[in-house]
Design a binder for this molecule. Structure first.
Ligand code: BMA
Length: 292
């Protein structure tokens, strides 16, 4: 049996708000984090000016969210002039790091910011200079004494390493699209990988010639994530129902983060680049996937 994500019946969790000019149109592709016993959703929002900003919503149970009235990150310099997009947050040694897409007439750049409370963010700048890149995410711990990152040089997922989070080396393509399958054109990382006894659990996105964005699953070797131990043929989630198949951009499910609980992984995702939703998989199912 193949691994699949099961949607929360109460989806969507967060929808655009007519009350705030910056998020009237779309709220999607959120980073997720835990802090002080609460679950934080740092979501990409578009409003009347269609510029992407990052808003923050907080929840006690992971399903019911209250949002702040103002964005926590908004374009603040030349490389962000068209927007800040698709955040991915990883906690390292008690500090939250956000990789996000800084979008401007120069193109899309991978930029880094850090925070200790998920609200006030300090910019550390562009970390992959002089190249169009996106879908970057930090690993939740060092590997072989160095920080690790997935990023995307089209059409593949790449791996890179760093000693200081600012300078990245040893770039290598580690996962490619598969011709004829659902992820035939481009693939990119989702949220931070989860550590399991069987490897790093990577829920990634891909799309095909029809531009249908689905999510898939792979397991990577814990010591060398360039080694893919397993990659399922079938997707784990594909667009279904009005807000995923229609939305602002049709036929999109896209994730930038998830939350681990005692017995499950909860994958938060943008539906149709329009709303936020969640779908889950039990650890027992992941174990069965890893073992077969
Ligand atoms: C990608 C990114 C995502 C978006 C997806 C589908 O290129 O821009 O933010 O969700 O396209 O439109």
């Amino acid at each position: 049996m193949s691994l699949t994500l099961t949607r929360y019946p109460g989806n969507p969790l967060l929808v655009p708000s007519p009350l705030n000019a910056w998020e009237t149109d779309n709220v999607f592709n959120a980073a997720m984090a835990r802090h002080n016993g609460l679950i934080y959703m740092l979501y990409r929002a578009q409003g009347l000016d269609r510029i992407s900003r990052i808003g923050c919503a907080v929840s006690a149970d992971g399903y019911h969210f209250n949002r702040l009235a103002e964005p926590v990150v908004a374009p603040a310099n030349e490389v962000e002039s068209f927007g800040v997009e698709d955040p991915r947050v990883t906690e390292l040694d008690g500090v939250f790091y956000m990789l996000y897409t800084a979008y401007s007439p120069q193109g899309t750049r991978v930029a880094l910011a850090r925070s200790t409370n998920l609200i006030a963010w300090e910019r550390l700048g562009v970390v992959l200079p002089d190249e169009d890149n996106k879908d970057a995410v930090l690993f939740p711990e060092k590997i072989g004494g160095r920080y690790a990152m997935f990023h995307r040089r089209p059409p593949d997922i790449w791996l890179a390493y760093s000693d200081d989070l600012l300078h990245w080396t040893d770039h290598q393509s580690i996962m490619q699209p598969r011709p004829g399958q659902w992820d035939s054109v481009r693939i990119g990382a989702g949220g931070p990988v989860f550590k399991t006894p069987w490897g790093w659990l990577n829920i990634y996105h891909g799309y095909n010639e029809d531009r249908v964005y689905c999510l898939g699953v792979a397991l990577h070797d814990l010591d060398d994530p360039a080694r893919i131990l397993k990659r399922q043929d079938e997707p784990v989630l594909c667009p279904l129902g009005p807000f995923e198949q229609w939305g602002d951009v049709p036929n999109v499910v896209f994730t930038c983060g998830g939350i681990e609980t005692e017995d499950a992984y909860h994958i938060y995702y943008g539906g149709g680049d329009h709303v936020m939703a969640v779908a889950s998989v039990s650890k027992a199912e992941v174990r069965a996937f890893a073992k077969t």
